[in-house]
Design a protein around this ligand. Structure first.
Ligand code: THU
Length: 135
């Protein structure tokens, strides 16, 4: 389902899962809980929330939890992704997390953004990836 991944999935349902994860975030330092949710190519839905730390720089973005959950629940490829802020509104993933998503979804991963459904190649052009290591 990679290159042919449909944009026509239930984004409302995926966003609800992200909001649910956001409600479990640990963000006492920023006061900015984030939740993410993604579909996997076998139909699983996985989620993540940010987990901060008293040593501020060690905080984990919600996407870190998501990719850990991806592997801890069987691996696979991400096909669709959404991210929400503390108000439950659609949020763009930070730059570092776009790279995390690229590793497990590739350039064709579809993201819900404030400007509509976009591919990761549009959000992270000319991405560095594992193919570069093999050249
Ligand atoms: N954050 C995420 O969890 N994901 C993002 O893509 C953007 C930022 C978190 C990190 C930090 O805990 C809080 O939002 C404020 O930056």
């Amino acid at each position: 389902m990679t290159s042919a991944a449909s944009r026509d999935i239930d984004w409302d349902k995926l966003r609800t899962a992200a909001r649910d994860a956001m409600s479990r975030a640990y963000a006492p330092y920023s006061g900015y809980p984030v939740g993410v949710a993604a579909l996997v190519d076998d139909g699983r839905t996985i989620t993540g929330c940010n987990v901060e730390n008293a040593s501020y720089g060690l905080g984990l973005c919600a996407e870190c939890g998501l990719v850990s959950e991806l592997h801890n629940s069987g691996g696979g490829r991400l096909t669709h992704f959404t991210c929400v802020d503390r108000d439950g509104d659609i949020l763009v993933p930070c730059g570092r997390c776009r790279q995390l998503l690229h590793e497990f979804g590739g350039p064709e991963l579809l993201l819900e953004t404030p400007e509509g459904i976009l591919s990761l190649s549009e959000m992270l052009p000319q991405a560095f990836g594992r193919d570069h290591l093999n050249k």
